[in-house]
Design a binder for this molecule. Structure first.
Ligand SMILES: [Ca+2]
Ligand SMILES: [Ca+2]
Ligand SMILES: [Ca+2]
Length: 272
C-alpha cells in the first residue's frame, strides 16, 4: 500500500518537478525568506479631552498635540494604538526587517511626523481610553509625514520587538503613536494633528505591518508537523496543489510550484 501510494505521488511529481525547477523561489542554505503582511487587528485613538471614553469603532484615528483645538485651543492630546495579529508566523522565524505603515487620510499634515513606541501594557480595542492607555515603551522610530498615502517607518528596533512578540518573550501589545512634540503650538491652519484610517474605514487602506523573516525551509515544508519532511508532507502538498493554502510552504496564500520546489529541496531533512 505504501509502495502504491509512493508510485502515485511520483507520477504526479514527474510533471510538477519540471515546473519546480524553473521556479525563481530563493532557497539559500536551507532558509527561506518570507514577506508577511499583517493589517491592524485592533486599533483606536485615546483622547485626553475624553479620558474615560473609548473610540475603538471609529473609522479614523487622530494623533494630535495638546493644542489640538481650532485656533490652537487646549483640547488635549490624542494618541493612536495599533496591534497586529502575529499568529501563524513560524516560531523558528528570524525577523530581518519590519515596516510599519499608517494611511494618512485628511490631506493636511503635521510637518514633523510622529514618534512610534512599542506599547507597554495590555489594552482592548473597545475598552481602552486615555486613563487606561498602555505606557509608551521602547522607542522604535520616527514616522515621517506624507499626505493621502502610507507613512512608512522602516525600523530595525521594530523588527526586534516583532521578534520578541513571535518568540513570546514580549506581550504583543502593539504600537503606540504620538505627536513628536505633544505640546507643539501650531498655526491656526490645522498643523496640530493628523488623521489615519482605522481598520473600520471602508474607504482607505489602513495600518499594516510588513515583516521580512527567514525560516528554516525544513520547518516550513514539514506540513504535518512531525519533525521531518517526508512523503506525508509531499502528499499533503500535492493534494492541495492549485487548490488552496493547505500545502502553502512559503505562506503566500496558495500551493504552487514554489512550495513544491522548497519541499523537494529539503526532502528528508528535519525541522530543528
Ligand atoms: Ca478600531
Ligand atoms: Ca512531516
Ligand atoms: Ca505558496
Amino acid at each position: 500500500m505504501m509502495h502504491r501510494r509512493g508510485t502515485t505521488a511520483c507520477a504526479a511529481l514527474a510533471v510538477l518537478v519540471a515546473c519546480a525547477l524553473i521556479s525563481e523561489q530563493a532557497v539559500l542554505a536551507g532558509e527561506v525568506e518570507l514577506t508577511l503582511v499583517r493589517y491592524a487587528a485592533r486599533d483606536t485613538q485615546v483622547m485626553e479631552k475624553y479620558p474615560d471614553e473609548n473610540f475603538g469603532t471609529l473609522p479614523l484615528i487622530r494623533v494630535t498635540s495638546y493644542h489640538s483645538g481650532w485656533e490652537g485651543g487646549g483640547d488635549g492630546r490624542s494618541r493612536g494604538l495599533f496591534a497586529f495579529d502575529i499568529s501563524g508566523i513560524p516560531t523558528q522565524a528570524t525577523v530581518t526587517g519590519a515596516h510599519l505603515e499608517l494611511y494618512q487620510t485628511d490631506g493636511i499634515i503635521y510637518p514633523d511626523g510622529f514618534s512610534v513606541y512599542a506599547a507597554l501594557g495590555d489594552w482592548t480595542e473597545y475598552g481602552v481610553n486615555w486613563d487606561t492607555q498602555p505606557d509608551a515603551g521602547l522607542y522604535v522610530g520616527h514616522l515621517p509625514n506624507a499626505i493621502l498615502e502610507y507613512l512608512v517607518l522602516d525600523s530595525t528596533a521594530l523588527a526586534s520587538v516583532a521578534q520578541q512578540w513571535i518568540d513570546g518573550v514580549r506581550s504583543n501589545d502593539g504600537i503606540k503613536v504620538q505627536f513628536v512634540d505633544e505640546y507643539h503650538f501650531g498655526n491656526p491652519n490645522g498643523v496640530r494633528g493628523d488623521t489615519f484610517a482605522s481598520r473600520e474605514s471602508m474607504e482607505w487602506p489602513h495600518a499594516r505591518l510588513t515583516l521580512t523573516v527567514e525560516v528554516d525551509a525544513a520547518c516550513l515544508a514539514d506540513l504535518n508537523g512531525n519533525g521531518v519532511v517526508d512523503q506525508y508532507d509531499l502528499g499533503i502538498l500535492l493534494g492541495w496543489y492549485g487548490l488552496g493554502d493547505g500545502g502553502d510552504v512559503d505562506r503566500d496564500g496558495d500551493t504552487d510550484q514554489n512550495d513544491l520546489g522548497i519541499l523537494l529541496s529539503v526532502y528528508g531533512q528535519t525541522c530543528e
